[in-house]
Write a protein of this length. Structure first.
Ligand SMILES: NC(=O)c1ccc[n+]([C@@H]2O[C@H](COP(=O)([O-])OP(=O)(O)OC[C@H]3O[C@@H](n4cnc5c(N)ncnc54)[C@H](OP(=O)(O)O)[C@@H]3O)[C@@H](O)[C@H]2O)c1
Ligand code: SF4
Ligand code: SF4
Length: 384
């Protein structure tokens, strides 16, 4: 295992962390973790030098935290830093901060959380918990030893990220979605550098874009490019090494769902290091990014000029989900993302008023594409 600097802390993190969000399950039920297999996977990773385990209140329908608590028995708790997250969207009053943390300590069978995150911050939820004095509350929890360090995970536009980083001088770390396709998405490369410059340890989530970049074989256009490399790697290894190459990355979390992922990613981490990829390899990864982008059928740049739609349709998000379904050949994953959209934001709310098309600088036939997207993402037989 390789170990890396973690912000300004006098502690080294393993390059690879274990994300307990995509554990193997039984009966197609996310709440039924296949405990014997998942236990073997996490303990094997720790035995191989992984020293960071990440979970959260909602993972596996609430089953992840109690499971991680059980896995870390028999001496494993002392060998790792444990991270979990405040479910900020459930918080209604300041008293809820203690309520959730107390339950999490109990679920995880521990008296302290080493790295505690405010989970999935976006503008509105950040404003809500900030007004409820989450920061003074967290400082008290740190002083009492129940929390080691405070950080946040993030899902919003870059500008919001910068605002949250700047709102507090004592963040130890943050967690962002980042991979070689997401350099301009959410916090992105700018956010990585901004936070690292301010001394925060930056943890990467979705390094394989939830598995989409790890498909083997990848789409033929991408496979042809990978085949030209002087050193052959799996698609997963390319994506992970690209992250570890970067100085500003503290560690990356992988949501490994089978033992083979653990053994492969542990082996990748052992070969990793800052600045290990060659110029030619970095150029090849850029070519792969461009190849994926050309597979994106709707030329939407996410500029949002088409918003607000008077009927509430979230046009850029629908197009993003549709493009991902085609680019990564992952219709099932895209349908799940589409179901997460509020009903009023979905494509079927479009009444073809054409107001949006007048605003679109890319001259996209929005109404036609919304119909196409709906047919793929929400077919009538899927609802039956
Ligand atoms: N705080 C937040 O808001 C937030 C949000 C997202 C994630 N997270 C955390 O970050 C962690 C990492 O995110 P993620 O789970 O999305 O990571 P990821 O690495 O992008 O995706 C994990 C998926 O990649 C595939 N995979 C992993 N290793 C592979 C390998 N060697 N070969 C082939 N496929 C491989 C598996 O897909 P298949 O199962 O399809 O094979 C696995 O389920 C999560 O587990 C969670 O702890 C936090
Ligand atoms: S055409 Fe459809 S999506 Fe566009 S503004 Fe009108 S209702 Fe909204
Ligand atoms: S205006 Fe056009 S390019 Fe911009 S987000 Fe809307 S659909 Fe996409």
């Amino acid at each position: 295992m390789q170990y890396r600097t973690f912000g300004t802390l006098d502690w080294k993190t393993s390059a690879l962390g274990f994300g307990a969000m995509r554990l193997p399950t039984l009966n197609d039920d996310p709440k039924q973790i296949d405990e014997p297999v998942a236990t073997e996977m996490i303990r094997h990773a720790i035995d191989q030098g992984v020293n960071y385990v990440d979970t959260a209140w909602p993972y596996h329908g609430g089953a992840s935290e109690p499971f991680v608590g059980r896995v870390l028995q028999d001496g494993y708790r002392e060998r790792v830093k444990l991270a979990t997250k405040m479910p900020v969207w459930l918080v209604e009053s300041a008293a809820d901060f203690d309520k959730y943390l107390d339950q999490q300590l109990e679920r995880l069978q521990t008296d302290h959380i080493d790295f505690y995150l405010l989970h999935a911050l976006h503008q509105n939820v950040w404003e809500k918990i900030h007004a409820l004095d989450v920061l003074p509350w967290a400082e008290k929890a740190i002083a009492s030893g129940r929390i080691g360090h405070l950080g946040f995970s993030f899902h919003d536009q870059y500008e919001v990220f910068e605002r949250i980083v700047d709102a507090y001088d004592n963040w130890t770390f943050c967690q962002i979605q980042y991979n070689f396709m997401d350099i301009d998405y959410q916090a992105g490369l700018r956010g990585l550098r901004y936070a690292a410059d301010k001394g925060l340890a930056v943890i990467i989530m979705e390094p394989l874009r939830g598995g989409r970049l790890a498909k083997n074989p990848p789409p033929p256009q991408v496979a042809r490019l990978w085949a030209t490399a002087a050193t052959q790697r799996t698609p997963a290894d390319w994506a992970l090494q690209w992250l570890w190459h970067q100085l500003e990355v503290a560690l990356l979390l992988s949501g490994m769902s089978e033992m083979q992922h653990v053994t492969e990613n542990v082996a990748s981490a052992a070969r990793s290091g800052i600045g290990t990829l060659t110029e030619a390899e970095l150029a090849l990864i850029e070519d792969v990014r461009a190849a994926y982008e050309t597979m994106s059928p709707i030329p939407c740049t996410q500029c949002r000029y088409c918003l607000p739609c008077p009927n509430g349709v979230n046009i850029p998000r629908v197009f993003e989900i549709y493009n991902e379904a085609i680019m990564y050949q992952d219709v099932a994953g895209a349908r799940t993302s589409y179901q997460w959209l509020k009903e009023e934001a979905r494509a079927d709310r479009c009444v073809a008023c054409l107001q949006c098309e007048e605003q679109c600088p890319q001259h996209i036939e929005i109404v036609t594409w919304l119909k196409t997207a709906r047919e793929l993402l929400d077919p009538p037989d899927a609802a039956a």
